[in-house]
Design a protein around this ligand. Structure first.
Ligand code: IFM
Length: 467
């Protein structure tokens, strides 16, 4: 067993490190990835229903129609969550369950589902952490221009007010948006995600309207939630390494385009200059930055891997997930890699936490996602019990919890860590081909099996130290 003397252990494979009692040890999911029941109880269609049913958009033609059937298995999934001893459970609310067309009165059945979820968590001693938007925009709003239309930001604020009013006395942490980079740029730049646009100017427009939605959403939530509830936003801030000018450019359009207006009250000057060939930014209206720049209580950070870049070569020309930077080459990095081909680099998590803390020293941080997809093998042991010996995921988690612990040791105000994900689920454009869960889901039978990583995490939570 490692001792605290091993904090400089370069492979981050420590055990025995203790987390404070107040450090939140949780796990996370998102609505479209697990719920299924897409046509039930008045739920409207979302852009992911449309996208996943578009031939060629998702691997194997997979859709979220059934997913983990969580909507019908709520009680047993709540028991599963409780059995792991999670301090907190992070879930997202499906906007089209609450407002089937994205506007108008709440659908009582939709609200009732999330009330049962929240109350079920509280009854089991698990803290509810809710995300309002994890990518499932009502299709009716997309038909009016989606995130390219600034009215969607105002519709989001109305939705936030409805949900905050219904659950605001019981949810501990509210997150407005999950990874707006994905919504804006995978959705409108590279087109890998719903709604599948490939247009740099539209992608930048969408980014601004997501920023606006965040600010309006924070204000709406503050009106209705309890004074003790916290408000956050979650970003997948990219850890870019390599050529300094390329790093600056990608960080500008990948990270600071969101953190600038949300947390500093301004778009970075270098971002505006870099993107002038793509847009004149006339979608930013007077007063928008004040609306966007609302105080938040905690910043959510999702971390998976790093990116290595070289010096720009040629000219940017294509629609991209980092608009205007397709002239920058991505370089190979050393492994190991997860099933997503993402490099496993726990030092990137520590680097990200340190850099974010340095930039926003007064803002508590929370790792709202970190985890790994691997090609798990399900077995049956001598006693007939299903097992998944996912040593690679245990190793990933050990190394990233070690990084989180080092962040605490370094004085970074890190409040918790949510493992992505509680259970295998619909991995967006990859369908069900990538398994991120610490709980295996057999998609034929919907049987749930605790993987070794779940048993390991259960022990970490119980002992509050890395096993
Ligand atoms: O599954 C996703 C999640 O929905 C958002 N963050 C990244 C995860 C892994 O790709």
């Amino acid at each position: 067993m490692a001792s605290p003397m091993t904090v400089d252990n370069p492979d981050y494979r420590d055990s025995g490190l203790r987390f404070p009692d107040e450090f939140v040890l949780g796990s996370a999911t998102a609505a479209y990835q697990i719920e299924g029941a897409v046509d039930e109880d008045g739920r409207g269609a979302s852009i992911w229903d449309t996208f996943s049913h578009t031939p060629g958009a998702v691997q194997n033609g997979d859709t979220g129609d059934v997913a983990d059937d969580h909507y019908h298995r709520l009680e047993s999934d709540l028991d599963l969550i409780a059995s792991l001893g999670l301090d907190a459970y992070r879930f997202s609310i499906a906007w089209p369950r609450i407002q089937p067309t994205g506007r108008g009165p709440a659908n009582p059945a939709g609200l009732a589902f999330y009330k049962r979820l929240v109350d079920g968590l509280l009854q089991r001693g698990v803290t509810p952490v809710a995300t309002l938007y994890h990518w499932d925009l009502p299709q009716a709003l997309e038909d009016e221009g989606g995130w390219r239309n600034r009215q969607t930001a105002y519709a989001f604020a109305d939705y936030a007010r409805i949900v905050g009013g219904a659950l605001g006395d019981r949810v501990a942490v509210w997150t407005t948006l999950n990874e707006p980079w994905c919504s804006a740029f995978l959705g409108h730049g590279s087109g890998e995600h719903a709604p599948g646009w490939q247009d740099n100017a539209e992608a930048l427009t969408a980014a601004h309207h997501l920023n606006l939605a965040h600010g309006l959403g924070v204000s709406a939530l503050r009106e209705v939630i309890s004074a003790t509830a916290q408000i956050s936003v979650t970003h997948n801030l990219h850890v870019i390494r390599g050529d300094a000018e390329s790093v600056r450019r990608i960080e500008a359009v990948g990270n600071r385009i969101f953190t600038g207006p949300m947390l500093h009250g301004a778009y970075p000057a270098d971002l505006l200059a870099d993107t002038l060939p793509l847009t004149d930014w006339s979608f930013v209206k007077p007063g928008d930055l004040e609306l966007i720049h609302q105080p938040i209580d905690v910043l959510g950070i999702n971390y998976y891997n790093t990116t290595l870049v070289g010096p720009a070569a040629g000219a940017a020309s294509r629609a991209s997930a980092f608009p205007g930077t397709d002239d920058i080459p991505r370089l190979d990095q050393p492994g190991p890699f997860t099933e997503m081909d993402w490099n496993i680099e726990p030092s990137g998590l520590l680097q990200l936490l340190a850099a974010t803390h340095a930039e926003f020293p007064d803002l508590p941080l929370m790792i709202t996602e970190s985890g790994a997809a691997f090609d798990d093998v399900a077995t049956v042991d001598d006693h007939g019990v299903s097992r998944v010996h996912d040593a690679d995921r245990v190793d990933y988690l050990r190394r990233h919890f070690t990084a989180a612990h080092r962040a605490l040791q370094a004085g970074i105000d890190l409040r918790g860590y949510f493992v992505w994900s509680l259970m295998d689920n619909f991995e967006w454009a990859y369908g069900y081909s990538k398994r991120f869960g610490i709980v295996r889901v057999d998609y034929e039978t919907q049987e749930r099996t605790l993987k070794d990583s779940a048993l390991w995490y259960r022990e970490l939570i119980a002992e509050r130290r890395i096993p």
